[in-house]
Write a protein that binds this ligand. Structure first.
Ligand SMILES: [Fe+2]
Ligand SMILES: [Fe+2]
Length: 471
């Protein structure tokens, strides 16, 4: 395997030094990336040392290094997981053939599109979260935010490497456009809707990292199955970093719940708003919002594009090789939901046509695990109302549910019923105003904002009151 060149201008394990043209092209993109980071990355703390994890290798042990660094000096590198010898294509029309080390001409456009759509989400989330540092509820959380941000930056590098290395001039143009589209920009927005919404507060940030980064996990996991081996190896390594982002979400929401329960017990009330907390029903509404917009990211229930990507071997299912079927999916069928004026039913389609729905179901299963943990905390505190995932048709803008209003418990409701209840189902203006009113920067090491519980432990075996960001 290729050695890691950690001291190069662009740290990498892809032998950049052995391809001068590519190296020059990427070194030409690097200052544009840094300029983008300084302009559209975190709005403050750019010159404060932050205790960050940096990818330095891909081996099983010690793939990362922890140290205080100023963010613009972060060593964004290009790392592909180790190449699996004799890997063959696991699914689709080319099943059993050798994987590809170069892009087949017939799939060039589709592969480029998949990489661009994935790549675009990475800098988008950095832009969405750029103001959050001003209201970080602790130094520990501030550090976690920056960790997520720099790694999303590295994920952009991962996709830009593929575009430069394998897609020629068109790929280089796409790489530049990654820095030209901006989240929420009216004229040149990010590609996917959910990545054009601002992340206005830390409850939203925790929900985003729990639900929307988890969509990322499922997209990356299905691209890891790709017959295009460099894409597969890139995604494999990105998933290691992604796990921490979802940890931030899962523990973040868990700590909000924990603090709310403490305040409920202390003041003997369900309404902790006067006491500086966030009521459980408001947490539920934020959850409803972030879960439903993340479901939209998987696309419509049936999709010709998804079927074509699968048949071609470009994008598989989650854990494709662990599945016990023919991996071609043309003859087997499944049910997908169908909403009509009469109610929510289902229709039978080929497995191949229903791949978006299959991935969405796997995702939902995974989402449920966090809720189970939060609900155990709630039950232990003696409360009998837990958090629930709303029905998959709730608040959807893509697919069969888009023209219907569906209640969280899965009933099709008319416009008037929706309007009467929407403030009980999704965060209302007042809810958002309350959550925003609680946002205040806390910078004393180990101290937490009043609406948020302390984490069980620190990062990389450091104590919770470590100076994660040096002010
Ligand atoms: Fe990412
Ligand atoms: Fe992420």
């Amino acid at each position: 395997m290729v050695a890691v060149d950690i001291d190069a201008k662009i740290p990498n394990n892809v032998d950049l030094a052995g391809d001068r043209r590519l190296q020059r092209a990427l070194e030409g993109w690097q200052p544009k990336f840094i300029r983008w980071w300084e302009e559209l990355g975190p709005v403050a703390f750019q010159r404060n040392p932050v205790f960050l994890r940096t990818a330095i290798d891909v081996g099983r042990q010690g793939w990362a290094n922890f140290d205080h660094v100023e963010m613009p000096d972060y060593r964004w590198g290009i790392f592909l997981a180790e190449q699996e010898q004799d890997r063959t294509i696991a699914f689709g029309d080319h099943k059993g053939e050798d994987v590809w080390q170069e892009v087949p001409g017939e799939y060039r456009a589709d592969l480029q599109r998949l990489i661009v759509v994935q790549g675009d989400t990475e800098p988008a989330s950095v832009e969405q979260q750029r103001h959050l540092c001003l209201t970080a509820p602790s130094l520990y959380d501030l550090r976690n935010l920056f960790q997520v941000n720099v790694e999303e930056g590295r994920h952009l590098w991962a996709m830009v490497y593929l575009l430069h290395r394998y897609f020629g001039r068109a790929g280089r143009d796409e790489a530049d456009e990654m820095l030209e589209r901006h989240s929420g920009d009216a004229d040149n927005p990010r590609i996917l809707g959910a990545f054009n919404e601002e992340t206005p507060d830390w409850l939203s940030f925790f929900m985003f990292t729990y639900f929307t980064d988890r969509d990322g996990k499922y997209q990356l996991a299905s691209l890891r199955e790709s017959a295009f081996d460099p894409l597969s190896r890139t995604c494999d390594f990105m998933l290691k970093e992604e796990a921490h982002h979802m940890f931030v979400g899962a523990t973040g929401v868990g700590r909000v719940v924990q603090r709310t329960l403490e305040l409920m017990a202390e003041h003997d009330t369900d309404d902790v708003h006067p006491h500086g907390g966030i009521n459980l029903d408001v947490i539920q509404k934020y959850l409803n919002f972030h879960y439903s917009v993340s479901l939209d990211l998987f696309g419509a229930e049936t999709s010709t594009n998804a079927a074509n990507y699968f048949a071609a071997g470009l994008k598989g299912r989650f854990q494709e090789e662990r599945r016990d079927d023919d991996h071609v999916l043309k003859d087997s069928t499944r049910l997908v939901p169908e909403a009509t004026a009469d109610g929510i039913g289902s229709r039978e389609v080929t497995q191949l046509a229903a791949l978006n729905e299959t991935l969405r179901e796997d995702y939902t299963e995974d989402c449920r695990k966090g809720l189970d943990r939060w609900n155990r905390t709630i039950a232990e505190a003696g409360s009998d109302v837990g958090l629930t995932l709303p029905h998959i048709g709730f608040n959807r803008n893509v697919g069969t549910f888009r023209d219907h209003h569906v209640s969280p418990d899965g009933r099709i409701v008319d416009e008037a019923t929706w309007a009467d209840n929407v403030d009980a189902w999704l965060p209302s203006e007042d809810d958002r105003a309350h959550v925003i009113s609680l946002q205040a920067r806390v910078t004393e090491p180990g101290k937490m904002a009043g609406w948020l519980g302390a984490p069980a432990q620190g990062i990389n075996r450091k104590p919770v009151d470590y100076d994660y960001v040096r002010l």
